[in-house]
Design a protein around this ligand. Structure first.
Ligand SMILES: [Fe+2]
Length: 349
């Protein structure tokens, strides 16, 4: 596995770049907006293709690089299902997997620092965001924080991982880079408490000032979504109501861009064809399945995904590839469901 721990000295943030092999797909965790050029340079130097950008939670101390990375690489943005951000491409729940070629992360819902905090683990390491820090833990006194929930996340989830699991935190302010679960269990002062009540009391007495960037970072990070209005302005969007009237027409092909796990969990729009977002480029070029639908079959392509981000990017890519009949379901399956659109569940297994 290719693994890089990158540091933003201004906010004390660690960003992690993971990939399965040189020349393969890459995933980034907790990117900082001011460092986006550096990430893209490194990704280019390592001959990687960024396909997913993940934030462990809604950050209060720096502006996330998720939106900028999405706009520059058309990667998929990922956060927890209860995050208050306007739009990300994909939302995960506890136990979901965030996968790219050669990398498989398990999402652990660990609220406490915020109500949308997730940790992500592989076989030998865990990216703990601001839930568990080296010899510390993320503050719980900002909006969405809950010390009692964090106690449960720490003692009920993270400390149950094997002792040798490497701990890669979201921040460090003293130059520490990595620890282990066993080391933190024994030496982290926040983890020496005897009860949840004692932890709540400890966290309640920290008397911390607000992060310097908080007034800027939180509103900015809640607006990371792709501006789907621009796609609509160009006439490339269909509302859920409009999409309903297009379903079943012989001149329209409905294309689901989501991953298999999302389709299994949330259902699919009846009659849709599955073309996962990462395979879009090969599908829209000459000889690809979507190219033959559109160019050869004269059909209209109607893309959809979870929230309309991937489909908006797909429309742009299809239009650039010369498929002028492409449009997308604005707001994705979430808008479709809200409008009462029909869904069918996939057979399990
Ligand atoms: Fe944080």
């Amino acid at each position: 596995m290719i693994f890089r721990q990158l540091f933003d000295a201004v906010s004390g943030t660690y960003t992690y770049l993971l990939a399965g092999r040189p020349g393969g797909e890459a995933l980034i965790i907790d990117p900082v907006i001011e460092r986006v050029d550096r990430y893209l340079q490194l990704i280019g130097e390592l001959d990687l293709k960024l396909v997913k950008a993940v934030d462990t939670h809604l950050h209060a101390d720096h502006v996330s690089g998720l939106g900028a990375l999405r706009d520059r690489t058309q990667c998929i943005t990922v956060m927890g299902e209860c995050s208050r951000v306007d739009v990300v491409s994909m939302r995960v729940a506890d136990g979901d997997r965030v996968q790219i070629e050669g990398v498989d992360l398990e999402a652990l819902y660990t609220p406490g620092h915020t109500d949308d905090s997730f940790c992500f683990r592989t076989a030998d390491r865990v990216f703990t965001g601001d839930t568990l820090l080296i010899r510390g833990s993320g503050r719980t006194d900002l909006p969405g924080g809950d010390a009692r929930a964090q106690y449960q996340s720490l003692f009920g989830r993270l400390l149950r991982l094997p002792d040798e699991t490497l701990v890669y935190p979201g921040h460090d302010y003293k130059g520490e880079t990595v620890s282990t679960i066993g080391e933190e269990r024994r030496f982290n002062p926040r983890l020496q408490v005897k009860s949840a009540d004692a932890y709540v009391e400890l966290m309640g007495n920290l008397k911390l000032g607000n992060p310097k960037m908080m007034d800027v970072a939180v509103p900015a990070n809640m607006k990371v979504g792709l501006h789907q209005e621009e796609i609509a302005r160009r006439g490339w969007a269909a509302t859920a109501q409009e999409a309903m009237s297009m379903i079943g027409r012989p001149d329209t092909v409905l294309i689901d861009l989501r991953e298999c796990a999302e389709r299994a969990r949330h259902g699919v729009i009846p009659g849709s064809v599955h073309v996962p977002y990462p395979s879009l480029a090969q599908s829209t070029c000459a000889g690809g399945v979507l190219h033959s639908f559109a160019a050869g079959g004269g059909k209209r392509l109607l893309f959809y995904c979870a929230f309309g981000e991937r489909s908006a990017m797909a429309v742009q890519a299809a239009q650039e590839a010369g498929l002028s009949c492409a449009c997308h379901l604005q707001g994705g399956l979430a808008a479709w469901k809200a409008a009462g659109g029909a869904l069918e569940s996939l057979p399990s297994g």
